[in-house]
Design a protein around this ligand. Structure first.
Ligand code: F3S
Length: 755
């Protein structure tokens, strides 16, 4: 048992009361329950009455079992926790140092560099973790979601994590939800955590995967069906015979990428494969506890026999006929079955030469992924076919890395010229020092990652990034050609012969078991009261937070427009990652990236908004700072699904810090809308989406009705155009009573302290 890395007592207690809680919920709801409902209702906060909550309508308080944070988002979460008045976290929590390691030369060199360049951040995170009783995973220990799956995820549990791909743990039957740092602070501080009761999308899997198809293809296909917005406010619950044929890590891959369709989370039922994985990762005790309550870790039979009655939407995927998918570029829902991909590449004129293949990320870096991908590489080598593209591998955890090294997997990748980078996010989050002689040229890369927004991997807008399975990354890297279909096409080897690659083969779990020498985990000391938190006075990367001002009790009157955003505006556009990651703990400094990736609807340019005083186009943060210095606020206007993508709360804190008063959009992505509310911002939506067109570049904007700010009651926006004409329209919001109290107090944290 891994007694140093997870709290078996907490899990034991959970399983003791779990069946009873589920039975009570069934009695009250008077119907069978899906798996998601069982877990949700078993985690109602003690202040919530047990009743039938209306999906997509009712806000519900929950009590998650644990919290996980990665090093980029943990900084701001822990800076906020320091302001909460607590001395110790209320639930088991961990910090994982995975985002700040830049991939450049090799694992060892890059890790050494990261330890020097990020020293002050690691020192801060380790000291604050030790002080507040938080487990600390050192740089190089692995990617948060792989480490959580290997150590902490348990069937029937509920966790939140300050990273969008927290749902990865759904592969082991846990409800795991990506949140902003402010939500993590709530849970670590022992407060209930609020979520709108999600809708349920049931995905029935039938048949069995074969050949080149992999678990990744399930979610790549589903992304094409649902699109990046299709899972918003919903849990995707997988059921059907097909689920039991997938490995636990394969299920985690599918759950992980549910974030790309905007799903709140995704989940699979507990089964033999889950139990095998728990045992392989030294958690036989957890699997024994779960086995005893197995019927509570699966959906009630009636719900899956008659899914249309119990789910809001039902989709069926036959694994037996599923073919590999390649999705992209620039959006993960541009889904192309590999049989049609070459045609798309040629028709759309995507660069056909495949320049770099990258395997890794929290999505696809398990032992199974690496073992299947390497089988293709070995086959190619045996057939004298050279690897044409550059090849980069980031193992998911030290446990996977050590085991894959021991079993000859990593050496086999290296033999064909692959570079093994650190067990970290690296290129997945733009932490990639890609060397390129001609960055201006359009180029293609293929990754086993989850996201492929422009500039995400190497910061280069000319890079066309496609996401696919590790197996297909390997095949396309060998071919160096986007149009290669390993299922039908041949390659020419060094002897001039035409050869076909064998279908991938691998192991779900290492035949000789997992192994590692040093996990990289530091347990906190029992009493951290004497620990001093390390923040240098002149630090450019860390800054203690000053509370935001409370609402002044007035309407927002005649504030200028900061930017009217056109098209997609993800949290990457609002608060870009890459080089900005270094300022994650310094609100003032990082605010210089605010909305610099968003397209201005009036000139189609990024980071160029009109300064009406000088009539010049200047950077967005510069104009916001100018307004702030003059004591003015401002308003941001945007289109659909504003704030989709990563859960980063900086995208909400920066506008708040730079005095933006309201974000008015056609629709919000869930996590970001909540993040805005937590920071005391006004998050508003057009009642009539056509009103977006009414907003002019030089408008003054008023928001009226705040003295009667109530749940379900619309507010009014009044525009004063430059020529003096006025027009007004209604705007909607989704604030409940507590969220309105956050707004009035200036932030959720201010409200927490007041209470
Ligand atoms: Fe890291 Fe990329 Fe996952 S940034 S946590 S590997 S989505």
């Amino acid at each position: 048992m891994k007694s140093n890395t997870f709290d078996i007592e907490m899990i034991r207690k959970f399983y003791e009361s779990y069946p009873q809680k589920v039975d009570e919920a069934k009695k009250i709801l008077k119907r069978p329950l899906t798996l998601s409902e069982k877990i949700l209702y078993a985690h109602l906060s003690t202040d919530e009455p047990l009743r039938n909550y209306v999906r997509a309508t009712d806000y519900v308080n929950f009590s998650p079992d644990r919290v996980a944070m990665q090093d980029a988002t943990a900084q701001m979460a822990l800076l906020q926790l320091m302001n909460s008045g607590r001395t110790k976290v209320a639930v088991p929590s961990t910090v994982h140092c995975d985002h700040l390691i830049q991939a450049h030369k090799s694992a060892k060199e890059d890790l050494n560099t990261a330890e020097v360049t990020n020293k002050e951040v690691y020192d801060f995170l380790s000291t604050v973790s030790n002080k507040f009783g938080i487990g600390f995973w050192k740089p190089g220990a692995g990617i948060i979601h792989q480490v959580v799956l290997e150590n902490y995820a348990f069937p029937g549990g509920m966790m939140i994590g300050t990273d969008s791909h927290t749902p990865n743990a759904g592969g082991l039957g846990m409800i795991a939800i990506g949140v902003g740092g402010a939500d993590a602070v709530d849970v670590m501080a022992g407060m209930p955590w609020e979520l709108k009761m999600p809708k349920l999308i049931g995905v029935k899997l039938t048949g069995k995967l074969s050949g080149w198809a992999s678990p990744k293809d399930v979610i790549l296909k589903l992304a094409g069906i649902l699109t990046v917005k299709g899972g918003t406010n919903a849990i995707i619950e997988y059921f059907g015979d097909g689920t039991s044929s997938l490995s636990a890590t394969g299920k985690a891959t599918i759950c992980n990428m549910g974030a790309e369709v905007g799903a709140t989370t995704s989940i699979f039922p507990y089964d033999k494969k889950s139990s095998d994985y728990l045992k392989a990762t030294e958690r036989t005790d957890v699997s024994e506890l779960a086995d005893k309550v197995i019927e509570y870790l699966q959906p009630d039979t009636e719900t899956v026999n008659n899914p249309k009655e119990y789910f809001d939407q039902v989709i069926e995927i036959d694994l037996s006929t599923l073919e590999p998918y390649v999705n992209g570029p620039f959006t993960p829902d541009a889904a192309h079955p590999i049989s049609e991909f070459a045609k798309v590449v040629r028709e759309k004129g995507y660069p056909q030469k495949m320049e770099v293949g990258l395997i890794g990320s929290c999505t696809n870096s398990s032992y199974e992924d690496l073992s299947r991908a390497v089988s293709i590489v070995k086959d190619a080598k045996q057939k004298h076919v050279e690897v044409k593209a550059q090849f980069i591998i980031n193992p998911g955890s030290e446990q996977v890395r050590y085991t894959a090294e021991r079993d000859g997997i990593l050496p086999a990748f290296e033999e064909v010229g692959a570079t093994i980078m650190a067990n970290a996010c690296g290129p997945c989050i733009g932490q990639w020092k890609r060397e390129s002689k001609d960055p201006e040229r359009a180029n293609s890369i293929v990754t086993s990652f989850n996201r492929n927004f422009a500039k995400r991997n190497d910061g280069n807008p000319n890079t066309h990034a496609f996401v696919t399975s590790p197996e297909i990354v390997a095949a396309l890297s060998i071919a160096g050609d986007l149009c290669f279909n390993p299922m039908t096409d041949t390659l020419v080897n060094s002897e001039g012969e035409k050869v076909k690659l064998e279908e991938p083969k691998g192991y779900e779990l290492p035949p000789l078991g997992y192994e590692l020498k040093e996990s990289g985990f530091l347990a906190p000391i029992a009493d951290g009261s004497d620990i001093e938190i390390s923040i240098a006075k002149d630090s450019q990367r860390l800054q203690e937070l000053a509370p935001f001002a409370a609402w002044d009790g007035k309407d927002i009157i005649e504030q200028p427009l900061l930017i009217k955003v056109k098209g997609k505006c993800t949290t990457d556009h609002i608060s870009m990652a890459g080089p900005w990651l270094r300022f994650r703990g310094h609100l003032d400094n990082i605010s210089d990236n605010m909305l610099i990736g968003a397209v201005n609807a009036f000139n189609d340019m990024t980071n160029a908004v009109l300064d009406q005083e000088t009539n010049e186009y200047i950077p967005v943060p510069k104009l916001a700072r100018k307004f702030k210095a003059e004591g003015l606020g401002s308003v941001v206007v945007a289109e659909e699904n504003y704030g989709e993508g990563s859960s980063r709360e900086h995208a909400a804190m920066e506008p708040r810090f730079l005095n933006v008063k309201a974000i008015l959009v056609k629709s919000f992505a869930r996590i970001h809308e909540t993040n805005l509310k937590k920071q005391g911002m006004l998050a508003l939506t057009f009642v009539d989406k056509n009103d977006y067109e009414k907003i002019k570049e030089d408008d003054k904007i008023s928001i009226i009705g705040l003295s009667e700010f109530k749940p379900g009651k619309n507010l009014t926006v009044e525009l004063i155009h430059k020529n003096g004409t006025k027009e007004s329209f209604e705007v909607a919001h989704t604030y409940n009573e507590v969220q309105i109290a956050w707004f009035k107090a200036g932030s959720a944290l201010n409200y927490m302290k007041q209470k």
